[in-house]
Design a protein around this ligand. Structure first.
Ligand code: MLT
Length: 258
């Protein structure tokens, strides 16, 4: 499926995949700083933002295939740098497992390699039932929002809280349902980590209850060329909560790759 996307800037290609249920405007603060030196490709994953929201389960592999199709349409045959945040990270792990030759660096942000626990799967099924009944995504927004942003962001940056809420509320019910089902059925990819042979930046928020810094330590122990970076004052969405610190870490990593 051809995805909606932005294509910013000159230079080596960096593809960034947003989390659930967000869209490519998550990267607004990366466009000026990183996009002035690198070519940023920012898709809306299937069911999100301006991309189509078909019926059905959006497996991480199907979402990954959409991203690969976009790279092919853009004729990006040389290996690129791939970053993914949370659900975008699940999609990135699918890509690096199945098409390692297409990538020369990886940025895993606030994500994990394990499959859902049975409890997490049930919680997603309950949300799907609720949204199917009401066609209203606000229960997901209300359940997720308090856990996405750090206490500092919630108190000091009300504009970020409002932006994240608005991004989430714009996601179509069918997109939210498809992604919830896809995440619930995603496979465990911990076995993939030892085989990742490209430099990998691990960007996590110090105050993230969803994927706390210990998750970065687990990745760092498993991925041979991993560089953990924990951002103080950030929750699950460091690139929008602490853009200067996140950009500094990403730019330093990209400069080393060059
Ligand atoms: C995300 O931010 O993409 C979600 O927290 C992922 C998830 O629900 O597992």
């Amino acid at each position: 499926m051809l995805l909606a996307y932005d294509d910013h800037g000159p230079g080596p290609v960096v593809v960034l995949l947003h989390g659930f249920p967000l869209n490519r405007s998550l990267w607004e603060y990366q466009v000026g700083s990183i996009g002035s030196r690198y070519r940023l490709i920012l898709p809306d994953l299937r069911g999100h933002g301006e991309s189509a929201a078909p019926e059905g389960t959006y497996t991480m592999d199907a979402m990954a295939d959409d991203v690969l199709e976009l790279l092919d349409v853009l004729q990006l045959r040389e290996p690129v740098v791939l970053g993914g945040l949370s659900m975008g990270g699940y999609v990135a792990l699918s890509l690096i497992e199945r098409f390692p030759e297409r990538f020369r660096g990886l940025i895993l942000m606030s994500t994990r390699a394990e499959a859902d626990s049975p409890e997490a799967r049930h919680a997603r099924e309950d949300l799907v039932d609720e949204i199917e009944g009401t066609q209203d995504v606000r229960p997901v927004v209300d359940a997720m929002l308090p856990r996405l942003l750090s206490p500092t962001t919630r108190v000091q940056r009300p504009e970020v809280v409002a932006r994240v809420r608005s991004m989430m509320e714009k996601t179509a019910p069918r997109g939210v349902i498809g992604a919830l089902r896809g995440m619930a059925s995603r496979p465990d990819r911990t076995g993939v980590l030892a085989g990742i042979n490209v430099p990998t930046l691990l960007l996590f928020g110090r105050d993230d209850p969803i994927t706390p810094p210990e998750v970065a330590q687990k990745f760092a122990a498993a991925i041979p060329r991993a560089q953990p970076e924990v951002i103080d004052g950030a929750g699950h969405l460091a690139p929008i909560e602490r853009p200067d610190d996140a950009n500094r870490a990403i730019l330093a990593f990209l400069a080393e790759l060059a």
